[in-house]
Write a protein that binds this ligand. Structure first.
Ligand SMILES: *Cc1c(COP(=O)(O)O)cnc(C)c1O
Length: 216
């Protein structure tokens, strides 16, 4: 099945890059996919999934979550402050931390709810106006703000501009992660995850290559 093929491609890319087997996590991006497709991947033993909308994720995962105690759910889409509580109830990893107001809300609710999600800061490496993510200029002050509010940041995430060579964006994200001493680097999607692995990705977010194309 497609899961095995993607896992093999990841293993090959790890090996070509001289990286340890299993050093890259596959986040199966299940947004918009049918429950059937998702259940097939769950049945094959995969446990790490990514969703980009809180409400859609609640609908899909609140029933499945209790059946799979080792599930690891990643929020990979923009997070509005009024959805933070729901996001903290459901997600183990939030990859889209990108502004001070969101950091404040996360800090307040994480302590109130006694949750400890893993947090990544999303960086808008292509300076795209419509895209989420903190700008390169504002990244240092956002990381300071996280530290001031007691939030530990595990790594960085980026989505390169769709119409550009992703490699320079991947290289930049890795450089930034190294500069700020952050271990996790979430980059690479269906079309370019092998390139991302060669440039240091520690997790790749793969949707359509794994589940098939998304029906609108
Ligand atoms: C949809 C999405 C993906 C997966 O995209 P594919 O090209 O289908 O692999 C990865 N990351 C984010 C943030 C997404 O929204």
């Amino acid at each position: 099945m497609a899961l095995e093929e993607i896992e093999e491609r990841i293993a090959r890319a790890e090996s070509l890059a001289g990286r340890d087997p299993g050093s890259v996590t596959l986040v199966a991006v299940s947004k918009v996919q049918s429950d059937d497709r998702v259940d097939t991947v769950l049945a094959a033993g995969h446990r790490v999934f990514g969703e980009n909308r809180v409400q859609e994720a609640q609908e899909r995962w609140s029933e499945r979550r209790p059946l799979f105690p080792d599930l690891e759910l990643h929020l990979i889409g923009p997070l509005q402050t009024n959805k933070v509580r729901a996001a903290l109830e459901l997600f183990d990893v939030i990859e889209s931390v990108d502004r001070p107001k969101l950091v404040d809300k996360l800090a307040d609710l994480i302590s109130e709810m006694a949750r400890s999600p893993k947090l990544l800061v999303q960086v808008n490496t292509g300076a795209e106006e419509q895209k989420a993510g903190v700008s390169l200029d504002e990244l240092p002050s956002l990381l300071d703000h996280c530290r001031d509010r007691g939030l530990s940041i595990a790594g960085l995430m980026a989505i390169p501009p769709a119409d550009e060579d992703p490699a320079p964006h991947f290289a930049l994200l890795r450089k930034l992660a190294e500069r700020y001493g952050l271990a996790e680097i979430s980059m690479g999607m269906s079309a370019d995850f092998e390139t991302a692995i060669s440039l240091g990705a520690t997790s790749v977010r793969v949707g359509s290559a794994l589940f098939g194309s998304r029906q609108p």
